[in-house]
Design a protein around this ligand. Structure first.
Ligand code: FAD
Length: 564
């Protein structure tokens, strides 16, 4: 068993530890793919290191559509194996992380001219392949029932279907895999980049790692090195002497976040505009996000933002699908963009490119896992581990424990999520925590809420909001640093608390208090606090602030008139 806390001292100890130890496996990249792989390998007893150049989930794994897919859309491509795998995975993830896999009733509306029979066959086939539980099976909805769930949806509706998807917090799922890897003995560090490879006699024996916070480099030796750097996979291969066997095609997808009072919706709805543009709208807390795009990206890979063309495209779809709402750019609370690490296929546009994953081996022995989905990360890890076993010449067993052992917030003491939430809500209410904060906290942290309650019992000030009206609590910052290895304000307000994308002001009002608490824990001086605040405000601008009355202008605001 490894560490129980996961903060700055553990980060440094992990970096020193991996430099002083001959590892079985070094994993590069702390997105869901790398974090899931490190967890799997640690659970099988391997000596593992995991390094992430930015923060856990800072790449694509905090910028997805946040769905644990059943995979119904893969049926359209005839990809039965992927449907089966995705459906199996939603069950496995629901078991290990009930706090991060929330049922999301999804409406699939039909409009005049759509064939009900065709879709009915598709949904029935899906339920069979997915072995859907009774409450998950699709059912037919009347137009009136659809209007109840999505009141402003365009006409002429003829009816439709309801099926079940699941919504997660991608960044938290990634972090909890990293935490679990560390708890099972892995050396895990964020803000640590692989800058070059160590090669002896033509064979890869490790990597040079630079601590991005203090600039110190360390050489880490490992029998096997896995490149799990998603969109950066080709760039990472390029640190060595050989070229990638195929190209990675980063495909950019964006989302726009609206207030649910401007775009009322229960659950989620598949969108199809009269011109045929398809997408979806998903309710999360008091917000609804609309996505997405699928466009080849040839700009820098770090920190992509939603560009004007993509915002216009997705906003236009939202306007066309909800014409009575008069949505404009001023209704966009925030935006985000992510890069899908697709494997390029000659002559195919990103939208038509398969989401499958592959493992590549370089002549020097670097293994690269490329492609895939958030939903299927556990199975991807299992496939990589087969290759790792071959490289090590050992039978490493299977991935069964990764589907059974709860993640850090997933151990709800034998209760189902709803029963657990009820008791926990009562505890938070008794301590004066607002219902909005409570909903967010239970949904995100699961069993880790106990730690917040413990802090509140030590000093009730930890349960106070970070700023008047903020849904985030002061104790969340302490938890983010000491139990979540957050090292910057962006780590805290974006990936630990979700304020960047899911609060009206992107967490800007909460930032000074968060910086003061984090600064004390991380030893920031005044200059560092000011620099962190400045960097965070720039991040907030890049992700939106388009609403009237927002503190600054938007880097991404578009001037689109409401539809006539
Ligand atoms: C718009 C969009 C919507 C999506 N929606 C869904 C969805 O709803 N459901 C679903 O299942 N999947 C979805 N996906 C797919 C899913 O998000 C990705 O497949 C997954 O997040 C990729 O994870 P990854 O770990 O491979 O890559 P990443 O999350 O990008 O992780 C790679 C990491 O490697 C790090 N790194 C890079 N170079 C180095 C280096 N030299 N040293 C150390 N670290 C390095 C990066 O900082 C990064 O954090 C979506 C993707 C997009 C873009």
């Amino acid at each position: 068993m490894g560490i129980q806390t996961f903060g700055p001292p553990e980060r440094l100890a992990a970096l020193d530890g991996m430099a002083d130890t001959q590892l079985d496996l070094l994993v590069i990249g702390g997105g869901i793919t790398g974090a899931g792989l490190a967890r799997d390998a640690a659970l099988r007893g391997l000596v593992v290191g995991l390094v992430e150049k930015d923060d856990f989930g800072a790449g694509t794994s905090s910028r997805s559509s946040k769905l644990v897919h059943g995979g119904v859309r893969y049926l359209a491509y005839g990809d039965v194996a992927l449907v089966r795998e995705s459906a199996h995975e939603r069950k496995a993830l629901g078991a290990i992380a009930p706090h991060l896999v929330h049922a999301l009733p999804f409406v699939f509306p039909l409009f005049k001219g759509d064939s009900k029979a065709k879709f009915r066959v598709g949904f029935s086939m899906f339920d069979k392949l997915a072995d859907s539980k009774p409450h998950e099976r699709h059912r037919v909805l009347t137009a009136a029932e659809i209007r109840e769930r999505a009141p402003a949806l365009r006409e002429p509706l003829t009816g439709g279907f309801l099926f079940m998807e699941y919504i997660t917090d991608d960044a938290r799922l990634t972090l909890e895999n990293a935490i679990s890897a560390a708890r099972h003995g892995a050396f895990v560090a964020n803000h640590a980049a692989v800058t070059s490879f160590l090669v002896q006699g033509g064979r890869l024996v490790g990597a040079r790692i630079r601590d991005e916070l203090d600039g110190r480099t360390r050489d880490v030796h490992a029998a096997v090195v896995v490149n799990a750097t998603g969109p950066w996979a080709e760039e990472t291969i390029g640190l060595g002497d050989s070229a990638a066997p195929k190209h990675v095609l980063p495909s950019k997808g964006i989302h726009l976040v609206f207030h649910a009072d401007r775009l009322p919706l229960q659950g989620a709805v598949a969108l199809k505009s009269p011109s045929g543009r398809e997408g979806f709208a998903i309710r999360r807390w008091d917000y609804v996000y609309v996505g997405t795009s699928d466009v080849a990206h040839d700009g820098p890979l770090d920190h992509p933002v939603a560009d004007r063309d993509a915002i216009e495209d997705v906003l236009r779809m939202a306007q066309d699908c909800f014409p009575s709402l008069g949505l404009t750019d001023a209704d966009v609370v925030s935006t985000w963009a992510g890069l899908r690490p697709l494997i390029a296929e000659a002559g195919k546009a990103p939208r038509d490119t398969s989401r499958h994953d592959e493992v590549w081996r370089s002549p020097e022995g670097l293994l690269s896992i490329v492609g895939g989905k958030l939903t299927t990360y556990r199975r991807m890890a299992e496939r990589v581990m087969e290759h790792v076993g071959r490289e090590l010449g050992r039978d490493l067993g299977n991935s069964d424990r990764t589907a059974v052992e709860p993640l850090s917030g997933g151990d709800l003491g034998g209760l189902g999520f709803d029963a657990w939430r009820e008791t926990t809500e009562a505890g938070l209410a008794a301590r004066g925590v607002s219902p909005a904060a409570t909903e967010r906290i239970t949904w995100l942290y699961g069993a880790e809420v106990a730690e917040l309650l413990r802090l509140g019992d030590e000093d009730p000030a930890w349960l106070e909001p970070l700023a008047p009206g903020s849904v985030a609590l002061r104790g969340e910052v302490k938890l983010a640093v000491e139990q979540g290895m957050a090292m910057s304000l962006a780590d805290i307000l974006d990936r630990r608390t979700a304020l960047l994308l899911f609060s009206d002001d992107h967490g800007v009002a909460a930032a000074p208090a968060a910086a003061a608490i984090a600064g004390e824990l991380l030893g920031w001086d005044e200059g560092k606090v000011a620099a962190q605040l400045d960097a965070y405000r720039r991040l907030a601008v890049a992700h939106g602030m388009t609403r009237p009355g927002a503190a600054t202008g938007s880097a991404s605001a578009v001037a689109l008139a409401p539809p006539a």
